[in-house]
Ligand binder design. Structure first.
Ligand code: NAG
Ligand code: NAG
Ligand code: NAG
Ligand code: NAG
Ligand code: NAG
Length: 495
């Protein structure tokens, strides 16, 4: 059979189309099989040893995606019974024992075969930082006791340590931005690009003993002691971070009470931040044992004192303001309080831990305006104790402290950090993001297991190259099909 010129063209086109189709099929199959490799799940465990309590978190992720962003999820959160490990000074062994319950729960989540490869960390924060300042041998005994218990677990125990204060803030910042998937973006043109300016979320953390603020400032960080810099997925990040020791919730309450005692030489103390009608006793020895309380006990003070609430938010604000040294920042734009350098706050913030708990109790986590927030806290402070007790039964002993905490946090955020009516809506009060508790723990594990590579993983580049090839083939195929159809049309039209 002799082909005409047009028929030859048609045959060539059909041949080319078939070849392209086969190529595309092969590429697609290769892609599909590489995706369908068996995916093992890996695990990691972190004990967050805070000043008031210890929490355990179990994280899990698909083994073959371990360097990707946002793939780690929380498999378990367990609250250790009893106080923070720093409280076990008279019986350090008990600090180790207290961790066993949660450790058992964690082991139940992890398949036996995986346990020897599962990293286990314990990080301690401000409670232990204060104890090491006060009596480093006691702190050492506690670390030895927890190390002994965790070292016996059938896991890959990597050690118990005190976190550096700047790391605590920076790791919380990494956790949030990792979970929200903000650290790296994939552009249309097939490149990994730096997250756009101002999209990264700042971190406001408050524990029992310290509070941290971390964000990307608008300009350079002038005081290098407040700067943390790291390279994540190929991009340099420089954040401002500072940790204020003794400005955590519990130490603030202790300092507040000590301040009220100094100004009144009586056996009864009238506390403006406690609700009117509240009456309770406080023992004084633990108060003056805190390294955050500068004053020594006034002479002749009894072992315990009666505290009576007056429910006066104005006086409470003025008492909490006394915990800050604002005058040391007078006339300086880039200063928060106590002489600490801080550039102006910038961008979105997540406020978590005690910030969240207090604002959650007050129903103020749905982005209410500053005016509403203020009015709600003041109203709550003025509620008589009788009504408060009746409305939230069984919530002692913390119930009396929400008013003080709320007013203190407002003072810290507004007068301390410099949030205003305009920037207030940029603060979101959150406990979790994407099912994971926000805190330093996840960032700590990611950092110590090198799961956030400094550079974009080569595998991602290969994947995006694969996608590019597949796209080109697809476009070519479509063009060929159109040409073939056009040719066929011509041929049949001639017949
Ligand atoms: C993750 O990155 C590390 C170092 O960059 C590399 O050694 C490891 O093989 C990577 N893991 C996977 C699953 O890609
Ligand atoms: C630290 O604690 C140990 C044991 O509790 C005690 O013997 C020692 O005197 C303390 N040291 C200081 C400086 O308080
Ligand atoms: C990450 O871990 C390294 C030690 O491996 C440490 O030097 C560094 O400070 C950590 N980074 C942060 C932000 O904590
Ligand atoms: C506040 O800080 C300034 C400067 O650091 C200091 O001189 C002053 O004594 C401090 N005030 C109080 C009440 O501690
Ligand atoms: C928060 O809201 C709940 C339900 O609407 C209410 O029962 C509770 O009293 C509120 N709490 C405060 C502190 O107003």
């Amino acid at each position: 059979m002799k082909l005409t010129g047009k028929e030859r063209v048609l045959a060539a086109l059909l041949g080319a189309t078939a070849a392209l189709a086969v190529t595309a099929l092969i590429l697609i199959l290769v892609e599909a099989t590489s995706v369908r490799l068996p995916t093992d799940t890996k695990f990691g465990i972190v004990f967050d040893a805070g000043s008031s309590h210890t929490s355990l978190f179990v994280y899990r992720w698909p083994a073959d995606k371990e360097n990707d962003t946002g793939v780690v999820s929380q498999a378990l959160a367990c609250k250790v019974e009893g106080p923070g490990i720093s409280s076990y000074t008279s019986n350090p062994a008990q600090a180790g024992e207290s961790l066993r319950g949660c450790l058992e729960e964690a082991l139940a989540v992890i398949p036996e075969a995986q346990r020897p490869q599962t990293p286990l960390f314990l990080g301690a924060t401000a409670g232990m930082r204060l104890l090491s300042q006060k009596n480093s041998s006691q702190a050492g005994d506690i670390f030895a006791a927890v190390t002994q218990v965790l070292g016996q677990a059938p896991l890959d125990f990597r050690g118990a340590e005190l976190l550096a204060s700047q790391d605590e803030g920076a790791l919380g910042w990494i956790t949030i931005n990792y979970v929200l998937g903000l650290l790296v973006k994939y552009s249309f043109s097939g490149e990994w690009i730096r997250p756009p300016e101002g999209t990264l979320v700042g971190a406001l953390d408050m524990g029992g003993a310290s509070t941290q603020i971390t964000f990307v400032p608008g300009g350079p960080v002038l005081d290098k002691s407040t700067q943390a810099a790291f390279r994540l997925y190929g991009f340099e990040h420089s954040v401002y971070t500072h940790s204020y020791l003794c400005f955590g919730r519990d130490q603030m309450l202790t300092r507040l009470l000590a301040g009220l005692l100094q100004s009144r030489q009586a056996l009864r103390v009238r506390h403006p931040c406690y609700h009117s009608g509240y009456r309770g006793t406080v023992s004084l020895a633990p108060l003056y044992e805190s390294p955050c309380v500068q004053a020594t006990a006034p002479p002749g003070l009894p072992q315990s004192l009666t505290v009576e609430g007056t429910g006066n938010p104005r006086a409470c604000v003025s008492a909490t303001r006394g915990l800050f040294n604002f005058s040391s920042c007078e006339g300086r734009e880039d200063c928060a309080f106590n002489g600490v350098y801080q550039p102006p706050v910038r961008g979105q913030f997540y406020a978590f831990s005690s910030f969240f708990h207090t604002f959650h109790f007050l129903n103020l986590t749905s982005r209410q305006s500053l005016a509403t927030v203020n009015a709600t806290v003041w109203d709550f402070c003025q509620k008589p104790w009788k009504l408060v007790e009746a409305a939230w039964p069984g919530q002692q002993p913390w119930l009396r402290d929400h008013c003080a905490s709320g007013l203190y946090m407002l003072t810290l955020l507004l007068e301390g950090y410099g949030f205003t009516e305009e920037t207030w809506p940029s603060i979101e009060f959150r406990k979790q993001a994407g099912g994971t508790d926000i805190g330093w723990a996840l960032g700590y594990m990611l950092n110590l297991t090198n799961m956030i590579p400094a550079e974009v993983p080569a595998q991602w580049r290969a994947e995006s190259y694969g996608v590019w090839v597949a796209s080109v083939v697809f476009v070519a195929l479509t063009l060929a099909a159109i040409l073939a159809a056009a040719a066929a049309q011509l041929l049949w039209a001639r017949d």
